[in-house]
Design a protein around this ligand. Structure first.
Ligand SMILES: [Zn+2]
Length: 170
């Protein structure tokens, strides 16, 4: 049996092209949003997915490594100091990259892994596509960081109701 921490370390070894990343990429392709670049070196932070033309960068963040605010996962029980320092560095790097991208005129979309779970996938991808459309429209836009899934509570309730009725009707 491998411990929780070991499992996470093993996962970190393939932090590129993770399952959640692949899922988002597949959904983008399905919706006809092609022409993105993966881990593009010319953009600060080498975003997981980016659309240079639209100046949209997408980060698909693992909840454990990037300390998802929705999941608030507990720290591993051993080597606590090590993990704390590591997570702190991850968080600093994330906010620095986001700031650099926004300064450079990019819209940054952050997708947390947990937002891609079965029941959240649909509204999450809708939100991503909406942001992509917005970024490529003619209207002037303000570069910013968009956290997918941080919808206002009433919007969330509405989305849930929609989903629920869809599943009940089937
Ligand atoms: Zn999460």
């Amino acid at each position: 049996m491998t411990s929780e921490a070991t499992r996470h370390v093993m996962q970190a070894n393939k932090s590129k092209n993770t399952k959640p990343e692949l899922l988002v990429r597949a959904r983008l392709r399905e919706a006809g949003y092609t022409g993105y670049r993966l881990h593009w070196k010319k953009a600060p932070g080498k975003p997981d997915i980016c659309f240079p033309g639209r100046r949209v960068a997408i980060f698909v963040n693992g909840c454990f490594w990037h300390r998802c605010p929705h999941c608030a996962l507990p720290l591993p029980k051993s080597n606590v100091e090590f993990w704390k320092a590591k997570f702190e560095r991850n968080r600093e790097r994330d906010s620095r990259d986001n700031a650099l991208l926004v300064q450079d005129g990019w819209t940054v979309i952050v997708v947390w892994e947990c937002m891609l779970k079965k029941e959240r996938l649909e509204p999450t991808m809708q939100e991503v596509l909406r942001e992509l459309d917005r970024a490529s429209g003619d209207a002037p836009r303000v570069p910013r960081v968009v956290e997918i899934g941080s919808l206002s509570p009433w919007k969330l309730r509405r989305e849930r109701q929609k989903l629920r009725s869809r599943y009940v009707l089937r």
